[in-house]
Design a binder for this molecule. Structure first.
Ligand code: ZN
Ligand code: ZN
Length: 144
């Protein structure tokens, strides 16, 4: 299985409330099988509150091929068919806090393009957060 893949067609993803605050107004991202709204994702990114302590999968990171990953699932803009990415702790954290390096950003962009998904449709990778060369424009500030 590829480290970045579209969910199989026909799989059903119910609209689940955020596991931290209970907000269920939209389809939110999932981390290691749990649902997080953008506010709670942001809190994780800046190290505010409990961090994620899910068991890792024995799979390889989409960026660095490190063995031992968490699954990140997100719904591309205007799509009910989510895309899943296997990411190691370091790269998951960098993705959530919008501070991937140009190399890591390029790796994700290349694999998403292979699935005919433009990075502009993935919220955490879209053009307000990275320029064309993959330089982070608005990294979250960690203050713990
Ligand atoms: Zn929340
Ligand atoms: Zn990695």
């Amino acid at each position: 299985m590829d480290a970045i893949r579209l969910a199989p067609t026909g799989s059903v993803f119910p609209q689940l409330p955020c596991c931290r605050c209970g907000d269920n107004s939209r389809y939110w991202d999932r981390l290691g099988g749990k649902t997080y709204c953008p506010n709670c994702t942001e809190a994780l990114a800046v190290g505010d509150g409990e961090s994620i302590a899910e068991r890792t999968d024995r799979r390889r990171c989409a960026v660095c091929h490190h063995l031992g990953t968490l699954r990140y699932l997100t719904f591309p803009l205007n799509s009910r068919r989510p895309v899943e990415m296997d990411l190691c702790g370091e790269h998951l954290r960098a993705l959530l806090s919008r501070r991937l390096g140009p190399h890591a950003y390029g790796q994700l962009r290349r694999q998403l393009t292979g699935l005919e998904l433009a990075v502009s449709r993935i919220f955490l990778l879209h053009e307000a957060f990275y320029d064309d060369h993959g330089h982070a424009l608005q990294p979250a500030v960690e203050w713990y």
